[in-house]
Design a protein around this ligand. Sequence first.
Ligand code: SF4
Length: 205
Amino acid sequence: MHDKVDTANREVRGKVRIDYGVPLRSLRLGLIGKADVVEFHKKDDGAWIPFPVEYKRGKPKKDNCDKVQLCAQALCLEEMLNVEIPGGALFYGQTRHRHDVIFDEALRVETEEAAKRVHELIESGITPKPVYSKKCKLCSLLNICLPKVSSKASNYLMKAVEGERLYLLSFPRRLESRRCPRENGEPEYKESGCPIKNLGHDRSE
Ligand code: SF4
């Protein structure tokens, strides 16, 4: 569906101009991306109001994630074009229905908080552990994310490193070991030797 949307460029149908594959960015929120479709609706005063439309393969979801994605597109367009965008739409391939979405205050706040959380995650350098769910089947990242494999591997590694007293903070991007207690001057080292065997210390050091 996305391929079909991405191949065309622009068409005009009466008072609606339709742009496909529109690049987006927001300096304020630190977002960059591409909208499947942005319609521009011509108003009576001659102004063209953007109306983003996002195409999804599946059906409407219980949570707000698709609405948040669409609202993020609207926030980018508002900043780029210096206009107010009251609404957009989500089109679901499975139900062949288009659902209008109003960008109200609550959805805008939820979207801005989501963008903030993404930046906090990026700055932390920790990738959240993937959790397999039904939505993974339709996710375009499935073959990269491998949520089933990653969960199993993460559990395996967790058990494997417990004996070495390493702390698995996140798999697969970051595996951190505890600092050697000898270097920290902790009594634990003096009593039982360095518990981090990989460092190769012995009690005589
Ligand atoms: S495949 Fe990975 S990124 Fe996609 S929905 Fe599942 S857990 Fe999330």
